[in-house]
Design a protein around this ligand. Structure first.
Ligand code: HAM
Length: 456
């Protein structure tokens, strides 16, 4: 039997890997405009980083972690998310100076033993941002805007996304609220599923997340957190919403939005996208003002979000946003016959040294087959090298778009082709200004959002 990738995992083949690099680059550029710096934590942590951070009663910790013992019998866990590790690292290295804040972002794979389906994987890729040390509601509003701006920057139209916000309260108001939800559930055990009833004691707020239609109807009548917030939490929430209003960002208040991690306090939010079915949450996050203390650190407010790469890509696909593939070669160097193969090899290397992506044949193919290959690679120019040209100290360059052929000096082949490439780009730009432009800079990263080519 041929080996296959484990269930719930996927190889990132070149098309998808390029899409990952593309969205990661957009995140890097955008996040750095908001003052974020990169951080990379290990793919596995001591298990207690997650049990203490995310909470024993959550689905993630109780059912979904990849936990194993290493050879020294330490319990380790593949990270199911990035917030707990970043907070652990910030505490370990004293990254949050007293009275200041730090902004960190990360990108990489996460692991959860979930039932795989469209948009739900066991190894999936996230990009996340965490802001540690900031308590003010302006930080919440900025965080939410950053997530929204990211999805806009990858090309998702606003009308295909929804922003949900809620406040989870804090240690002052949430315990009493949780008790009221527990009591509400226990009075309706006949109308709720076993799982909701079972969780009444451990994590009653999860009942809001139950997808069972009967439970949804019952929970619609449950006490609402917004009515139970203490005065400081209510004021914080009101300011967050006012700032979002001021920034012109539309949102829906969803008092059922509880999210699956126990560390949240106050603001929580989620962005959902059209066309994804059940797994429509493309990104989400919230505030976690007690998490650092959970690890024995000083009181340090914090907040952040993570977005799922696979779901973002599915949302882009559903919205008809595609990532244009860059040509694998700008120049193809073709050999007329076998006597010039060594020269072709060297000319190709000269192009690469000169900063131009170049490709040549490695299979002794005919000239015709080499031209076909140049077409497949979307090369703009083919440099044809033959014994006669070489003897004359020359080579022929063919512009693949215009079919115009030019003789150039062998010694200047790189600079001559470079000049031709620049010239043709200038002409393309002039054409684009003439009306076919989609408003995106040619050659810039944003330019990769041209049309629909089904790349993703
Ligand atoms: P989360 O909501 O569990 O939050 O995950 C964030 C995003 O990761 C989701 O919106 C979804 O797009 C994606 N995602 C989650 N699970 C899967 C899966 N099994 N397969 C594919 N995609 C998935 C967190 O992880 C928090 N750490 C976010 C946060 C950061 N809160 C504060 N700071």
């Amino acid at each position: 039997m041929k080996p296959r990738a484990p269930k719930g995992t996927a190889d990132m083949l070149p098309d998808v890997a390029r899409a990952w690099e593309y969205v990661e680059r957009i995140a890097q550029e955008l996040f750095s405009r908001y003052g974020y710096e990169p951080v990379y934590t290990p793919l596995f942590e001591h298990t207690e980083v997650f049990t203490r951070g995310i909470g024993e009663a959550t689905d993630i910790v109780s059912k979904e972690m990849y936990t194993f013992e290493d050879r020294a019998e330490r319990s380790l866990t593949l990270r199911p998310e990035g917030t707990a590790p970043v907070v652990r690292a910030a505490l370990e290295h004293g990254l949050v100076p007293q009275g200041a804040f730090v902004k960190l972002y990360y990108a990489g794979p996460m692991f959860r033993y979930e039932r795989p389906q469209k948009g739900r994987m066991r190894q999936f890729w996230q990009i996340g941002a965490e802001l540690l040390g900031a308590a003010e509601p302006s930080a919440d509003a900025e965080m939410i805007l950053l997530l929204w701006r990211f999805f806009e920057a990858v090309g998702l139209p606003d009308e295909r996304m929804r922003l949900l916000v809620n406040s989870m309260g804090d240690e002052t108001c949430r315990p009493a609220y949780r008790d009221s939800v527990r009591a509400f559930i226990l009075e309706r055990t006949d109308d709720l599923c076993e799982e909701c009833v079972r969780r009444a004691d451990t994590n009653p707020l999860r009942a809001f997340d139950c997808k069972n239609p009967g439970c949804e109807t019952v929970m619609d009548g449950a006490p609402r957190i917004v009515d139970a917030l203490c005065e400081p939490c209510a004021a914080h929430y009101a300011t967050v919403k006012r700032l979002l209003d001021d920034a012109g960002l539309e949102y829906e208040e969803d008092c059922r939005l509880v999210r699956g991690l126990d560390y949240y306090t106050r603001t929580v939010f989620e962005v959902q996208a059209d066309g994804l079915g059940a797994q429509n949450g493309i990104g989400g996050g919230g505030r976690y003002d007690r998490l650092m203390e959970e690890y024995g650190g000083p009181p340090t407010p914090g907040l952040g979000f993570a977005l799922g790469f696979e779901r973002t890509l599915l949302a882009m696909e559903a919205a008809g946003v595609a990532i244009e593939s860059h040509p694998l070669a700008d120049v193809y160097v073709a050999a007329v016959d076998d006597t010039v193969r060594d020269d072709v090899f060297l000319i190709c290397e000269e192009f690469r040294g000169g900063g131009i992506a170049a490709e040549a044949d490695h299979q002794s193919r005919s000239l015709k087959a080499q031209f076909k290959q140049a077409g497949r690679l979307k090369a703009s120019f083919v440099v044809v090298v033959g014994p006669d040209e070489l003897a004359a100290g020359e080579a022929t360059v063919r512009d693949m778009a215009t079919k115009v052929e030019t003789r150039i000096a062998r010694a200047d082949v790189v600079s001559e082709v470079d000049a031709l490439m620049r010239e043709s780009r200038t002409l393309d730009d002039a054409d684009a200004v003439g009306g076919t432009d989609d408003g995106v800079d040619e050659g810039s990263d944003a330019g990769a959002l041209g049309g629909i080519d089904g790349e993703v």
